[in-house]
Design a protein around this ligand. Structure first.
Ligand SMILES: O=C(O)C(=O)C[C@@H](O)[C@H](O)[C@H](O)COP(=O)(O)O
Length: 359
């Protein structure tokens, strides 16, 4: 088992990464508050892993709420089912919520934990690659609005992240690739050597070799933990983690949530942000080709869907959470391995990027 720490003063917590952690009763004890535990999971994950987690928690009063699976269900109505379950079970302020699943479950459970009786304890037990390398770490929780992704939410840190890498064995290949988008992202924004490593070892990762998977999860969490510890509430450098997301969120919202996986939309978003970085003269043609090749080799799309026009992109991007004083800010690449957040670009260049794909 590998342990990392997200250093946030009194709210410091650990990320535990290893095979079989879901069934280790000792692991939960120190993080659980009181005797009441609500497991929040979904219809895909419950048949696979709910019993395992329930057994590990046999000393506690455990209830579960099973949500439908998919980004299209990250809504106010579905979120409310968590409160119905908590109130039906008469759970009090001393209960603990455990999110067992991917990013959607983690974001909804975390936001419910932030709000239920003004805040209860919360543990992330991520079961997808995307959740293990990204969404379970850092405390961004929330739900979608028809007008924009993750528009309603809170920063609310978990007490622990328990990432059982054995759960990746049952992950569909499409979901594995979607998680890889966020892994590759860390290389683009922060770590050129990791990018080199990914290019060399991608087949081992796609083949789910355990050493390769452990390496990418650990390195991703190290980078994310460092950035979150330095800027928990995204006043500055945390926005780097949003590389590809302004374009990606526009795709997810524009297509209708759930049509594209989040990681797929981010993959295309990274290619579009790299395209703009090249138009600004920061990336060479060869760099841009390298970005697209790595993304495609991970089994991810590199071109936006024709259904979302350049004009629609602009409309959707205008509500991005990084907009400051009415000005759109984007995460671009100064070079491969170094991201930067900037609003200082010629709008015509953004327009050229968006129109490059307009059909
Ligand atoms: O943790 C962060 O900060 C991120 O931006 C990580 C993203 O990969 C993640 O998708 C996040 O949920 C997006 O947040 P948002 O603020 O753009 O909604």
């Amino acid at each position: 088992m590998k342990t990392l720490s997200v250093a946030l003063g009194a709210r410091t917590y650990s990320i535990q990464i290893g095979m079989g952690l879901l069934s280790d009763p000792e692991l939960y004890r120190s993080y659980l508050q009181g005797s009441q535990v609500m497991i929040v999971t979904n219809e895909t994950v419950a048949p696979l892993y709910l019993d395992r987690l329930r057994q590990a928690l046999s000393d506690y009063r455990v209830q579960e709420v099973i949500l439908p699976d998919g980004e299209q269900y990250k809504t106010l109505d579905v979120w409310n089912r968590i409160f119905d379950a908590l109130l039906d079970a008469r759970f009090g302020r001393d209960c603990t919520l455990i999110a067992l699943g991917g990013g959607v479950v983690g974001d909804m459970a975390g936001f419910a934990a932030a709000c239920y009786q003004r805040g209860v304890a919360f543990i992330q037990a991520p079961t997808t690659l995307l959740a293990q390398v990204d969404s379970s770490v850092g405390g961004k929780t929330g739900i979608n609005h028809p007008a924009g992704k993750n528009m309603i939410g809170a920063f609310y840190q978990p007490r622990a992240v328990i990432a059982d890498t054995a759960t990746l064995e049952t992950l569909p290949q499409r979901e594995l690739s979607a998680g890889l988008a966020e892994v590759i992202k860390y290389g683009f924004i922060r770590d050129a050597a990791f990018l080199d490593w990914l290019e060399t070892h991608l087949s081992e990762v796609l083949g789910r070799e355990s050493d390769a998977l452990s390496h990418i999860i650990l390195r991703s969490c190290e980078i994310k933990a460092e950035i979150v510890a330095a800027d928990e509430l995204e006043a500055g450098q945390r926005a780097l983690l949003n590389f590809g997301h302004t374009f990606g969120h526009a795709i997810e919202t524009g297509m209708g949530y759930g049509q594209w996986l989040h990681g797929e939309a981010v993959a295309v978003g990274m290619c579009m942000a790299a395209d703009l970085s090249a138009r600004l003269g920061w990336l060479s043609g060869a760099d841009l080709e390298r970005v697209r090749r790595l993304v495609a080799s991970a089994g991810l799309p590199v071109d936006p869907p024709p259904e979302v026009s350049a004009e629609r992109f602009l409309e959707l991007m205008a509500v991005d959470k990084k907009v400051l004083n009415g000005q759109l800010r984007l995460v671009l690449l100064r070079h491969l391995g170094k991201g930067l957040v900037t609003g200082d670009f010629d709008p015509d260049l953004l327009s050229a990027t968006l129109h490059a794909w307009d059909r």
